[in-house]
Design a protein around this ligand. Structure first.
Ligand SMILES: *Cc1c(COP(=O)(O)O)cnc(C)c1O
Length: 433
């Protein structure tokens, strides 16, 4: 495979092309093909951008129709028929049946854009600066979002101060014996703890980049309670675990919490088009017209994709059961693998974000590589890239899902039965979200 133009022309910052060194061309559903016709089962889905699979046949015709009809594509944030339909469908199919009341703020198209807006509005509303984020958190790499991202690898790229964020241990960071919500409460209530009264707490209910760390419903409920009692806004960053990845549209539905602010992006448009959204409790909508701007707020074709996806999967019954069924297949397989090799593996996750944590990060890396060689795309996450992160499509039949799991299991067997070289930990981190 000739990748020379990429190494010659593209910045050294390129990452995934190093992990999956081929030239991809076409894709459909769970499968991606490269230019040599090799097929890969996609267990990565653009880090949760392609939850409904590639070129989804229920969404594609709506997009083609929209384009062929010379419908307006770019309109800043002027009113368009595409945005109108999205607002109505999101209200009627997503928010109302869940008893949720939010105003919608469209931001620039990346997840980080949504996080920036969420942090800004929280600071404006409260007049406070400090934000509490968690160990192993990932919220994007623009400066405001990066300040709330814990990884020293990403933070090292800033070259400037990343102020006004304090990191607090996530659930089980110190093991099950240490209650990190009690700890937060103690710090907040001690005027001499050094923790300034925060504007907001920002949390992922399952940390995607951080190593598939799952917050329990109980922990989330208690976090919400601590925030509410003290007038601290709770922001749930649902960019990766939202839009069905957890098994429900919003990842926080199962816990019953109701965040003050929610960020959505990755799979929102249903088709891989960039689109981001901030949901605000109506009382928090203190923005003045145009105060937070952006050229690409509301990409019409993304609205069309989002509407088609919501109508196809969330308006009709049965999708949650379908995700649960697929999630069980994945979780059971990973539990079996860890049960057989408890010294090597443990498994965790929620919905279709499942992790196989490897005791030895070199093993995780080798399994990802071996899986790719055998035709499955599966990424790593965690502080040492020690967790194999399985994110198959939410849609599709059992056959390819089971085949993908078989390949990963076979790859793991092959890696574990190969003579163990003393691999030094890799100095470069080649992957980013
Ligand atoms: C991917 C991600 C972001 C950042 O989104 P970008 O589009 O890469 O800016 C923020 N938060 C979470 C949880 C993410 O997974």
């Amino acid at each position: 495979m000739d990748l020379s133009v990429f190494s010659e022309m593209e910045s050294e910052v390129r990452s995934y092309v190093r992990t999956f060194p081929t030239v991809f061309s076409t894709a459909r559903g769970e499968l991606i093909r490269d230019v040599e016709g090799r097929e890969y089962i996609d267990f990565f889905c653009g880090a949760g951008t392609l939850n409904y699979g590639h070129n989804n046949p229920a969404i594609k015709p709506k997009i083609i129709e929209y384009l062929m009809g010379d419908n307006i594509q770019h309109a800043l944030d002027m009113a368009t028929s595409a945005k109108q339909e999205f607002l109505e469908v999101f209200r009627d199919v997503i928010l109302a049946p869940r008893g949720l009341r939010y105003k919608l703020q469209f931001t620039g198209p990346t997840g980080a854009n949504a996080v920036e807006a969420a942090l800004k509005v929280a600071r404006q509303v409260t007049g406070r600066r400090t934000v509490v984020a968690f160990t192993h958190a990932f919220h994007g790499v623009s400066l405001g979002a990066l300040a709330a991202t814990s990884s020293s690898w990403f933070r090292g790229g800033a070259g400037t101060a990343l102020p006004d964020v304090v990191f607090h241990p996530f659930e089980d960071y110190f093991g099950p014996g240490v209650d990190t919500i009690d700890m937060l409460r103690t710090l907040l209530d001690d005027a001499s703890s050094g923790l300034d009264h925060p504007a907001a707490v920002i949390v992922e209910t399952v940390q995607g980049e951080g190593g598939v760390n799952v917050a329990s419903a109980e922990w989330l409920k208690r976090l919400q309670q601590v925030c509410r009692e003290r007038g601290i806004l709770l922001i749930v960053d649902d960019i990766q675990i939202g839009i069905g990845r957890s098994g429900r549209f919003f990842s926080f539905e199962e816990s019953g919490i109701e965040p003050d602010i929610v960020t959505l992006s990755k799979s929102l448009s249903g088709y891989g088009f960039p689109m981001s959204l901030v949901l605000l409790r109506p009382e928090l909508d203190v923005w003045k017209p145009g105060m937070h701007s952006g050229t690409f707020r509301g990409n019409s074709v993304a609205f069309v994709g989002a509407v088609a996806a919501i109508r196809e999967y969330w308006e009709k019954p049965g999708f949650e059961e379908h995700i649960d069924h697929r999630a069980t297949l994945v979780a059971d397989r990973l539990a079996k693998m860890s049960g057989e090799r408890p010294d090597e593996f443990s498994s965790r996750g929620r919905g279709l974000l499942q992790g196989l944590a490897c005791t030895d990060p070199a093993i995780a890396k080798a399994i990802s590589r071996e899986s790719f060689a055998r035709g499955v795309i599966v990424e790593l996450s965690g502080a040492q890239d020690e967790v194999l992160k399985l994110m198959p499509t939410l849609t599709g039949e059992d056959e390819l899902l089971v085949k993908g799991l078989d390949v990963i299991e076979e790859a793991a067997h092959a890696v574990l039965s190969a003579p163990r070289a003393a691999t030094p930990p890799s100095a470069e981190r080649a992957t980013t979200p």
